[in-house]
Design a protein around this ligand. Structure first.
Ligand SMILES: NC(=O)c1ccc[n+]([C@@H]2O[C@H](COP(=O)([O-])OP(=O)(O)OC[C@H]3O[C@@H](n4cnc5c(N)ncnc54)[C@H](OP(=O)(O)O)[C@@H]3O)[C@@H](O)[C@H]2O)c1
Length: 248
């Protein structure tokens, strides 16, 4: 099959490209660094000619609700309009478990993204995943404030990005679910402990400051496990410890 990957250069998107190629599919990569800005949608229709399915793994590095909403609404609308024009038969999007229970900051954008997909009338599958093992590593950069590292107080069920990618490839090559399904990791861990462990592995010595994610009830929900899947379609195999050993 010919499958487009939006966010083909990202943490999960790059695994999706590798897994698609391993499975013998033809990949159409979409990212600004490959000349496709999905916010404008310029040239998208031409790129999607002959594409059977699109797997969307794009992201914006922002905690601001408005910025996140604008980004995910504009990019998703552009993709779906272009898909319709050339007859792409399946839109698969990667989302996050629990976002509707904690609709703050970045997550508001993800909620808006899912809404556009559900209401567009285009055949779709929404895969909600829990945090990647790699998220702890991303926080070593994204969580930096001066000499400190901010670590969200969050109960998580982390999953390997490569296993998320394998699930996305399977979904992209299959029939649309017209539904939201969930993928979770094999165990529950505190994100603060995960960030501490990865910092130690990488020799990062910045003081780590646990901080709430969101305010009031939202922060409590995140701390107590609202981002952990309660009805998983699939459970990933690789534990965080195994992933760290592999990375070392
Ligand atoms: N990280 C997690 O733990 C986690 C867990 C569950 C779900 N998710 C979801 O998984 C998705 C991917 O996350 P990630 O961490 O893999 O993201 P990431 O590493 O930040 O990668 C983002 C990708 O989006 C592309 N991109 C950004 N702006 C673009 C634009 N205007 N036009 C085209 N491409 C653009 C980037 O490429 P260029 O910079 O070259 O444009 C890059 O390929 C997100 O939707 C996220 O919500 C993440």
């Amino acid at each position: 099959m010919r499958i487009a990957v939006a966010g083909a250069t990202g943490a999960v998107g790059s695994h999706v490209v590798t897994e698609l190629e391993k499975a013998g599919h033809e990949v159409v990569p979409l990212a600004r660094s490959t000349g496709a800005d999905l916010r404008t949608g310029a040239g998208l229709v031409e790129r999607l000619e002959g594409v059977d399915a699109l797997i969307d793994c794009i992201s914006i590095n922002s905690m601001k609700a408005e910025e996140s909403r604008d980004f995910f609404t504009a990019t998703t609308t552009n993709m779906i309009e272009a898909e319709r024009k050339v007859g792409v038969a399946h839109h698969v999007v990667l989302s996050i478990v629990g976002i509707d229970k904690v609709p703050t900051g970045y997550y508001q954008g993800k909620v808006a993204q899912e809404r556009v997909v559900r209401e567009a009338g285009q055949p779709y599958t929404i895969l909600r995943a829990t945090q990647f093992h790699e998220f702890a590593e991303q926080m070593l950069v994204r969580g930096k404030v001066g000499p400190f590292l901010m670590a969200p107080r969050m109960l998580s069920a982390p999953v390997a990005a490569v296993e998320v990618a394998q699930a996305l490839v399977e979904l992209g090559a299959g029939e649309p679910h017209h539904a939201t399904i969930e993928l979770t990791g094999p165990e529950q861990l505190e994100m603060v402990d995960m960030i501490r462990a990865v910092a130690k592995d990488r020799g990062v010595t910045s003081p780590i400051i646990p901080v709430p994610l969101g305010l009031g009830a939202a922060a409590k929900a995140v701390r107590n496990g609202d981002l952990v899947s309660k009805r998983a379609w699939r459970v990933g195999q690789q534990t965080f410890r195994e992933w760290r050993r592999e990375r070392r």
